[in-house]
Design a protein around this ligand. Structure first.
Ligand code: COA
Length: 425
């Protein structure tokens, strides 16, 4: 079975998280992803947050599956020569260097397009054109600048960043979509184009409903926010809504059996209007079905604290899984707060390949998140990340088709970081 992106070759000039997320997805779909790394050190994440001495970190291995690695010093003229050879035979160049780095390397869009008009050049930067365009940006900076932090957390507490890497991995996802779209466009235009994703924009795209609420504020209070029911006036910007649900149906995180000792013994519970009667029956308050103080969504808004308090009395008598089982019988929307431990051990996620066990020659077996996008005719097989420079020779010889004397000259120059071969006696 051929893979969806088989035949597509990617010059992967990415590092850290945002770019590697993108190229890993493309590799999972079958593209030949060749990661270009600095000799000696490689992607900085290889050595970050190391848990096993001398082995590539999980940070690196979990973001660079199914890729090949070539080491090239782009500050060495021979290294740049090889890079230009790669530009000629690749379909896509993906990078997430700081603003200006690519130009300083001489890899301007104009020159790249001249050398290979079919090349798609895809970039992640922190910000698009504007006051911050020259800034270096990391995950939490993007979460703050993209509107996530100001709308996450509790109203009377500091803004919060989320554990989901919406700035890095989120932007990598956006970039991957841009790349496959440009590849499709190229099938009829014959030309490559630039694909730019700014992390601020990616985060804002994921915070779309909050910009919706910002505009609704001009027409009155946001009634589904708990603060409305509590009589707390709104300011001129969307407030943090705690654990309120974003879709207009009141929702909260409630304690379950064992919450005193288990920090994740909680369930998300939505009092969705169409199942209100079922909720009343389940929690043992059948009178609320007809009581005018509780029977309609507007009547419930000022009483949400009392209502969720009563529901919590019920959830506290059940584990989160027992509560799920009962509530699902009535289609009452709810979700267990799953710990990473529980997710790692979940059998069904292993069966679908969403959580995979990968073997690595230096670190042994580890768990990773597999491809969350399932294609019926292009299933993903997760293969371990490459060791630094593992495929340097193979790429020079088999992909770039350089002859032995040229490879020897490149090696001699130090451009790949490899030791020149000692001539046989
Ligand atoms: N050989 C030699 N030099 C290399 C090289 C190679 N193979 N690959 C990169 N370099 C050099 C570059 O030429 C550049 O040097 P220069 O500044 O002298 O021109 C430098 O390494 C790359 O630097 P930079 O991208 O600035 O790295 P950094 O560690 O200082 O910054 C980020 C890291 C992530 C902040 C920055 O890359 C960035 O803002 N990226 C865009 C946004 C982004 O993706 N952020 C999230 C990351 S998850």
């Amino acid at each position: 079975m051929t893979k969806a992106l088989e035949g597509v070759r990617i010059l992967d000039f990415t590092h850290v998280q945002s770019g590697p997320t993108c190229t890993q997805l493309l590799a999972w779909f079958g593209a030949d992803v060749i990661k270009v790394e600095r000799p000696g050190s490689g992607d900085i994440t290889r050595g970050q947050l190391r848990d096993v001495p001398d082995a590539d970190s999980l940070y690196f291995t979990m973001l660079n599956h199914n890729k090949r690695s070539i080491t090239l010093d782009t500050k060495n003229p021979k290294g740049m020569e090889v890079l230009w050879e790669m530009v000629k035979i690749c379909d896509v160049l993906v990078e997430n260097f700081a603003p200006g780095v690519l130009d300083r390397m001489g890899l301007t869009w104009k020159k790249l397009h001249e050398v290979n008009p079919r090349l798609i050049v895809a970039s992640v930067k922190g910000f698009g054109p504007g006051p911050y365009e020259d800034c270096k940006v990391y995950e939490n900076v993007a979460q703050c600048a993209g509107g996530a932090a100001s709308t996450t957390g509790f109203r009377d507490q500091v803004p919060l960043v989320t554990g989901a890497q919406i700035g890095d991995s989120g932007t990598g996802l956006h970039l991957a979509l841009g790349i496959v779209t440009a590849l499709y466009h190229r099938t009829h235009s014959g030309l490559g184009q630039k694909v730019d994703c700014a992390m601020q924009d990616g985060v804002l795209n994921l915070c779309r409903v909050k910009l919706r609420d910002q505009q609704r504020l001009a027409h009155g209070p946001l009634k589904e926010y708990s603060q409305f029911g509590e009589g707390v006036p709104f300011g001129d910007a969307v407030p943090r809504a705690g654990n309120d649900s974003g879709g207009g149906q009141p929702g909260r995180i409630l304690k379950c059996k064992g919450w005193e000792t288990d920090p994740n013994a909680y369930i998300y519970f939505i009092t969705q209007a169409p199942v209100w009667e079922a909720i009343c029956d389940v929690i043992g308050e059948p009178g609320w079905k007809t009581d005018p103080n509780y029977a309609t969504p507007p009547a419930r808004l000022p009483r949400l604290n009392e209502i969720f308090g009563r529901i919590e009395q019920w959830t506290m008598t059940k584990t989160k899984f027992e509560a799920m089982d009962q509530l699902n019988k009535y289609d009452i929307p709810c979700g267990p707060i799953l710990s990473m431990k529980e997710i790692a051990e979940e059998k069904s996620l292993r069966e679908t390949g969403t959580v995979v066990e990968v073997d690595h020659p230096k670190r042994g077996k580890y768990l990773s998140v597999g491809n969350p996008i399932k294609l019926s005719n292009s299933p993903t097989e997760v293969k371990r990340s490459p060791l630094l420079g593992e495929h340097t020779e193979e790429i020079l010889r088999d992909v770039l088709k350089l002859d032995e004397s040229r490879i020897a000259a490149i090696t001699e120059s130090g451009a790949t970081g490899a030791q020149p071969r000692v001539a046989a006696e």
